[in-house]
Design a protein around this ligand. Structure first.
Ligand code: GDP
Ligand code: MG
Length: 436
């Protein structure tokens, strides 16, 4: 029973008013979780600020399921930040030309193969792969191997050292050979450098791609953001491909890149196999990021702390005989919010018995509330001053009978006594007796 009482107090008191401090603490924890998931600090800070405003606006922690609601707010903000919905690749060109750019090792060549495979299998396209990495002969071979694997032709000019010319020739070849989609794989460097940028820029200007995709390794964390920014400044690309999102790589980079360059992430690459390519869905990435930081449990922990504090406050009030009708009203409001009222009421000593045979509906509460609302603040704080004339006035004001007011006073009195007893040494004794 002690457990039950604690639980009841915990339940009814835990849903009380939430202060901004509680939300702020929770939000701080969420921010930490996001940063842990590789989200850039500033992005995480802006995001959690918006979450905080929303949470206070929606009275999150007074809701039935603060953890879930809070998570939903964070989730929605993440989705928003990542563009809201899936954005596909633009295939409207005649033919469609797709330029693939990014640093060396980011996964361009692998992605080129995957994209060709996807377009052929899922979009019924007839793609041509073009090898424009003139610096590494192995890169050309790599694309050829992939092409053979997925049964898609690869255009190469092994002796030609001019990527612009190769790309142009490839497009002409594609046009006269019935290919509708051309995927141009380019050379990258280990870091951003001027020569690489100039080269990709002139390819871009010459072939005027339908779609330019920037490929970035999600494992590079914050560096990915700087790289994305540099490429975007040069190419004004159309979309981002996040690679190496397999294993336990965190998705935080997705969020940061999106908010820094304001371009949609279109694909995610999740392995070395040609099938390991997914369209990017903000919803799913939000789930992934949230899963990493386990925001739900953070919120729940914060909520528990809050519950305990509130319960302690209530205990103190009861002990000091300060439990008044305003507190009673608060309890009723919270109970109403919680639903499943009879069960919950049954857990409150005194109240449980009093309402056992009552058919609980909102009307039952309405009468009680009406009566309490007709009391003055002083009367609510110190119910002992409510004498007969006051009772009559309250009855009149609330449109109830004098008996109703008396009944409520009696219930309240019993409840107060019972609650107090439960807390004292007698209560503990009694509890022990009862549990035997
Ligand atoms: P490029 O230099 O940009 O063309 O990069 P590559 O396509 O050659 O990829 C570099 C390395 O990363 C290769 O070993 C790939 O197999 C590997 N790789 C590419 N994409 C992925 C991915 O999504 N997941 C994993 N685990 N490895 C990848
Ligand atoms: Mg390559």
């Amino acid at each position: 029973l002690q457990d039950k009482l604690d639980k009841a107090l915990h339940n009814i008191s835990g849903r009380g008013k939430i202060t901004e401090i509680n939300v702020a603490e929770t939000v701080k924890e969420i921010r930490r979780a996001l940063v842990d998931a590789d989200v850039n600090y500033k992005v995480a800070k802006d995001l959690t600020k918006r979450v905080q405003d929303k949470a206070i606006g929606e009275n999150v922690l007074t809701s039935l399921t603060p953890g879930q609601l809070m998570t939903k707010i964070v989730h929605d903000e993440l989705v928003d930040l990542m563009g809201g919905s899936q954005e596909g690749v633009n295939l409207s060109g005649k033919p469609t030309v797709i330029l693939i750019a990014g640093l060396q090792g980011s996964g361009k060549t692998t992605f080129s193969g995957k994209l060709a495979n996807y377009l052929k299998q899922k979009r019924s396209k007839k793609p041509l792969l073009v090898a424009c990495d003139i610096y590494r002969p192995a890169a050309i071979d790599q694309l050829k191997v992939l092409g053979t694997q997925i049964n898609i032709p690869v255009y190469t000019e092994e002796e030609n050292k001019n990527p612009v010319a190769i790309a142009e020739n490839a497009i002409n070849y594609a046009k006269s050979n019935g290919f509708d989609t051309i995927i141009v794989d380019t050379a990258g460097r280990l870091a951003i450098d001027e020569q690489m940028m100039n080269e990709i820029k002139s390819v871009h200007q010459t072939i005027k791609p339908t779609e330019t995709l920037f490929v970035v390794d999600s494992m590079t964390g914050q560096d990915a953001v700087n790289t994305a920014k540099a490429f975007n400044d040069t190419l004004n690309f159309d979309g981002v491909v996040l690679t190496k999102l397999d294993g336990d790589t965190r998705g935080g980079a997705a969020l940061t890149i999106r908010s820094v360059v304001e371009k949609p992430i279109k694909f995610i690459s999740t392995g070395e196999k040609m099938e390991a390519l997914d369209l990017f869905y903000p919803e799913r990435m939000a789930d992934r990021i949230l899963g990493m930081g386990d925001v739900v449990s953070l919120v729940e922990r914060a909520q528990e702390q809050f519950d305990e504090e509130e319960a302690k406050k209530l205990h103190k009030k009861i002990a000091k005989n300060e439990f008044g009708f305003d507190d009673f009203l608060k309890q009723i409001n919270q109970i109403k919010k919680m639903g499943n009222m009879k069960d919950l009421m049954g857990m409150i000593p005194g109240v449980g018995k009093a309402i056992k045979d009552v058919d609980i509906n909102d009307d039952a509460f309405k009468h009680i509330e009406a009566i309490i609302h007709s009391m003055t603040p002083e009367e609510r704080r110190r119910p002992s001053i409510i004498n007969m004339p006051r009772k009559q006035r309250i009855a009149k004001g609330s449109g109830r009978k004098l008996e109703d007011v008396n009944a409520l006073m009696k219930q309240f009195d019993q409840m107060g006594k019972m609650m107090k007893m439960m807390q004292g040494p007698q209560g503990k004794q009694m509890m022990q007796m009862m549990s035997k």
